[in-house]
Design a protein around this ligand. Structure first.
Ligand SMILES: [Cu+2]
Length: 161
């Protein structure tokens, strides 16, 4: 019995069937997809390492010439009348400057010229507390003024070209 069954299942026969099945399946199998053409990888040529550029010494900055102070415009000179005095008592301005006086005293005062270049006299008249007076000086020279109410209160404006 055992011998008979062994003769039926010859190893060679089994191998042949297997080969036949394999070849069938191979024939039916769809061909593998064509390989997608991938762009050839371009080997990047190694960039020759260039030596770091030597830093160029920056030229020393030549100091730009400071602009000459312009005569106009300039900060508005202000003179405060306080404690029976002009403060500051003497100021220097350039021609064209406008000078402002303001009375911070409770007493009235005036800004009245006593000595000026010819034809440049000025007089504020009575100024009460909080009032102000201004004058633009267009002629160079020395201007002396006082308070006509309290004549010991004096001031000077020096106007330069
Ligand atoms: Cu006064």
């Amino acid at each position: 019995m055992a011998f008979y069954s062994k003769s039926l299942l010859k190893p060679g026969a089994i191998f042949g069937v297997a080969v036949a099945l394999l070849s069938l399946s191979c024939a039916k199998a769809t061909p593998p997809p064509a390989p997608i053409a991938t762009p050839p990888v371009v080997q990047s040529t190694p960039v020759p390492t260039t030596p770091a550029p030597t830093p160029v010494p920056t030229p020393a900055l030549t100091p730009s010439p400071t602009p000459a102070p312009t005569a106009t415009p300039q900060a508005t000179p202000r003179i405060t009348i306080q404690n029976f005095a002009f403060s500051p008592g003497t100021i220097a301005v350039t021609k064209g400057a406008t000078v402002f006086w303001s009375n911070a005293d409770s007493a009235p005062h005036t800004v009245s010229s006593t000595s000026t270049p010819s034809g440049q006299e000025f007089d504020s008249g009575g100024m009460n507390r909080g009032q102000s007076f201004s004058r633009t000086f267009t002629v160079a020279g020395t201007y002396k003024y006082r308070c006509n109410i309290h004549t010991s209160m004096t001031g000077t404006i020096v106007v330069s070209e």
